[in-house]
Design a protein around this ligand. Structure first.
Ligand code: ADP
Length: 252
């Protein structure tokens, strides 16, 4: 019998070491964390704490030095390049701070691109739902340069959602947006989790953005140091302050 895992992605005792000798940096030190299906998780932590490294390892964009990463029931650490490319294409969606849209393609073409590359057609009903939810109906023929930052990120969200991936990884998705556009994008991500059961893992340094998640995982110096369920901006800020205080050197 096939057991269906509750976890869309997980890291088990993951270490990532860059460089050698004096240039050696340990970015992740034995991180174990799981991300449940249908949950919106945020990864927070100071600059250099290992957030991007963890996300890249989870998404198969970077290799681990030790430990295991799984997406669904697939052991990502055991895959070759071709299988990794297929896994990323078929089972993972990405949203980046810089939107990463192709400038020569229209919004609709950008949204369809991952499916085109995979030789698949969008499900017409799902297409309508996603386009309607992100509010892009009258902008589909526009090129990225004809769209605002918020609209471009909504195109990127629609692109990530269109293939109904096992998990969407979002790297500072509101980092380049004003607060109103950021709130729109975050509201849309939250809706895709609550209404359509999408799984999202988002790296952010913004407590307001993390407040949209169902759960926040805090990293410091390559280790998970804290977790918060049902966060809002205030409880996230409090947790950040508490972590900073506990890290301050004690002077005699
Ligand atoms: P964050 O996303 O929290 O800012 P990163 O995951 O980018 O942190 O980085 C964690 C640590 O690993 C930092 O000390 C960073 O300098 C180092 N690091 C990240 N990527 C590389 C790399 N490709 N080569 C060498 N060091 C790296």
């Amino acid at each position: 019998m096939r057991t269906v895992t509750e976890l869309a992605a997980r890291a088990e005792d993951v270490w990532r070491v860059y460089g050698e000798g004096e240039a050696r940096v340990t970015a992740l030190r034995g991180v174990s964390v799981g991300f449940r299906r249908g949950e919106f998780s945020a990864i927070m932590g100071p600059s250099g704490s290992g957030k991007s490294t963890l996300m890249h390892c989870l998404a198969g964009l970077d290799s681990v030095t030790r430990g295991t990463v799984r997406v669904g029931d697939v052991d990502v650490t055991g895959l070759g390049d071709k299988a990794l490319t297929r896994l990323r294409r078929d089972r993972i969606g990405f949203i980046f701070q810089q939107f990463n849209l192709l400038p020569t393609l229209t919004a609709a073409e950008n949204i369809r691109l991952p499916l085109d590359i995979a030789g698949r057609k969008p499900d017409p009903q799902w297409w309508e739902t996603v386009i309607g939810t992100v509010g892009l109906g009258d902008r589909l023929g526009h090129r990225p340069s004809q769209l605002s930052g918020g609209q471009q990120q909504r195109v990127a969200c629609a692109r990530a959602l269109m293939s109904r991936p096992d998990v969407i990884f979002a790297d500072e998705p509101t980092g380049n947006l004003d607060s109103r556009s950021g709130a729109e994008v975050l509201g849309f991500l939250q809706r895709s989790v609550r209404e359509y059961g999408q799984t999202i893992v988002m790296v952010t340094h913004d407590p307001v953005a993390a407040g949209y998640a169902d759960r926040v995982v805090f990293l410091a110096d390559g280790e998970i140091v804290h977790e918060l369920a049902e966060p809002d901006a205030d409880t996230v800020l409090d947790a950040m302050k508490g972590l900073e205080d506990s890290r301050e050197p004690v002077h005699a």
